[in-house]
Design a protein around this ligand. Sequence first.
Ligand code: PSU
Ligand code: MN
Length: 309
Amino acid sequence: MTHALPLLPIVEAAEIRAARASAAPIVALESTIITHGMPYPRNLETARAVEAEVRASGAVPATIAVIEGRIRIGLEPAALDQLAQARGVAKLSRADLAACLAQGGTGSTTVAATMICAARAGIAVFATGGIGGVHRGAEQSFDISADLQELAQTPVTVVAAGAKAILDLPKTLEVLETLGVPVIAVGQDAFPAFWSRDSGLRAPLRMDDPAMIARAHAMRAALGLPGGQLVANPIPGDAEIAAQTLAPLIAQAQAEAAAAGITSKAVTPFLLQRLFELTEGRTLEANIALVRNNARLAARIAAAFIAPA
Ligand code: PSU
Ligand code: MN
């Protein structure tokens, strides 16, 4: 006996339906940064501030998560509040999404899973902090974030402040090139390193005009190429932490993770938490500043999608 495909359990907030009806620009936002990237209550304040940035820049924010077996596109304030306070929430990437929906579970979506949900909802632009990438020591651990594969196959333009400096950035750029993902720096030639503006590596592409970024996305579709784009938007100068300051602390956090036997999905949250402690919260402040900055740029790109220049 064959089974008919189930209907995808996906629910849009009223605000998102209204935005779609009036052809207003929409920006997707992820939720793993809320549940696994920042401590409560700063995570909730930040999620709200990021939504406010999107609105102030003329677009509608769609924070995405899975709640009780349904993909939610746009979270009402109470739902966002609950997610931010919940403990032990599942971190959902491409591999976990269908199982969580089938089981009626709740989880936050990573960059990869948020891209999948955004694409199903017809949202082309997504703002986050930093994407996952190739971890240091990946030649041993094989730890490469599913975010990279997703950028290669799902047509969403992701605005991030580069990849987190806890990663192996040269290898991350190599894998993105292998996968055919356009990596576009904004306002500078260098590939940014999340908490710092300059990774010391040159980004393969540079575009300073949001409308050009929207056009490049559309041109990929016209070519029949699957996948999206990575827009690498450097952290604002007044919020950055010098790479030299972070380097020894990252090495220390990494050594601790290895000693504690942390692997797989737990690696990124562990490193972020340790750096928060080792910098007395400075990495969190920088993280908040860069996500807000990315939300503003994503709103401008989304607007250009609606009204091409
Ligand atoms: N950026 C942040 N904080 C985070 C993340 C990104 O500033 O917590 C999350 C994103 O959801 C990203 C995930 O997709 O970390 C990557 O996890 P992994 O390396 O396990 O794929
Ligand atoms: Mn990983």
